[in-house]
Design a protein around this ligand. Structure first.
Ligand SMILES: [Zn+2]
Length: 138
């Protein structure tokens, strides 16, 4: 890397040269300058890797909410995002339960599990009742 011009040094190391930097490199030999620049480049790449790691998934790449809408389609809004874990909270948008944190009390959790178990049975009974009503109206 010998023979590099001083003019584009700040572009090479990816940050501005402070007055202290300038005073320091003023008296360096070309070899020492190369070492100095290499150290700054290592720091620059570490900064870039850190930024890359903390970057959130762009909205366009996040999945859709997917809830069934009243119009019969699927919700295309983006799910509520957990910025710390960089993943959806529960897969739904803010309008379709994405903000919900679920049951908290032991009693509430038990009730939810009970509904999960009984849901299909209840739906079958409701459908049977609808059919019976339709039959009666004929
Ligand atoms: Zn939605």
């Amino acid at each position: 890397m010998a023979g590099r011009k001083k003019g584009n040094l700040s572009a090479v190391i990816g940050c501005h040269l402070s007055y202290a930097d300038k005073a320091q490199i003023e008296h360096l030999s070309p070899e020492q300058l190369d070492t100095w620049v290499d150290a700054r480049l290592v720091a620059k790449h570490a900064r870039q890797a850190e930024r890359e790691k903390s970057r959130l998934t762009p909205k366009a790449q996040r999945p859709d909410c997917g809830a069934t809408t009243r119009a019969g389609g699927r919700c295309r809004a983006k799910p509520v995002w957990d910025r710390e874990r960089n993943q959806p909270r529960n897969g739904r948008c803010r309008l379709h339960g994405g903000l919900s944190t679920g049951a908290k009390t032991p009693e509430g959790k038990r009730r939810v599990l009970e509904c999960l178990k009984l849901g299909p049975i209840a739906r079958r009974e409701q459908a049977a009742a609808r059919r019976a009503k339709a039959e009666a109206e004929k």
